[in-house]
Design a protein around this ligand. Structure first.
Ligand code: SF4
Ligand code: SF4
Length: 178
């Protein structure tokens, strides 16, 4: 049969010599390559003991923000959910009752707010769309989980600690030494 290219090479059918059958030289060559890597700079990061610095434009896990008095900023307007290309955000709005002014900044608030981290593509459009500075993407990421349900983050997972009552937790969440 006519070959398509002239790259084909005839394989030598010579029987292996004694030294070739021992594979000793090849094993030594391989060990030398392995040994030489011990003196090279390691390209890997030993996570979780070592953490790689993120890029300044890194977009990680979402945080629901509070104002300086510790009130939730979100007014459940739904703009983030509309802007989300992955349809990862769901929420239920509720009206603020009398006496709840210290909890919610606006007259309407999100009674339920969920983000499905398995759908999210961390594009940051929700942050861009929010008129109340109520959501932003932090410099952490969603940790591994065993169940799909574990990746649906509710308000308790997303809300930033209250600056008036949980100052230490807030400092930790912001990565500042308390
Ligand atoms: S980061 Fe993008 S994909 Fe994720 S919830 Fe926000 S808008 Fe949706
Ligand atoms: S996070 Fe912002 S955009 Fe989304 S519902 Fe709350 S206020 Fe509206």
């Amino acid at each position: 049969m006519q070959p398509l290219t002239n790259k084909a090479q005839a394989v030598s059918r010579q029987p292996m010599t004694f030294w070739e059958r021992l594979y000793l030289i090849n094993i030594i060559k391989g060990m030398m390559i392995t040994f030489s890597h011990m003196f090279k700079k390691q390209p890997t990061t030993r996570y979780p003991e070592e953490k790689r610095p993120f890029s300044p434009v890194f977009r990680g896990l979402h945080v629901l923000n509070r104002d300086e008095e510790g009130r939730e900023r979100c007014t459940a307007c739904g703009l983030c959910a509309v802007a989300c290309p992955a349809e990862a955000i769901t929420m239920e709005a509720a009206e603020r009752l009398e006496g709840e002014e210290n909890l919610y900044r606006e007259e309407k608030y999100a009674a339920k707010y969920e983000i499905n981290m398995l759908r999210c593509i961390f594009c940051g459009l929700c942050e861009e769309a929010c008129p109340k500075d109520a959501i932003y993407l932090s410099e952490t990421f969603a940790p591994a989980n065993y169940t799909r349900k574990g990746f649906i983050y509710g308000k308790s997972d997303l809300l930033i600690p209250n600056p008036t009552t949980e100052a230490t937790d807030l400092a930790l969440a912001r990565g500042v030494e308390a």
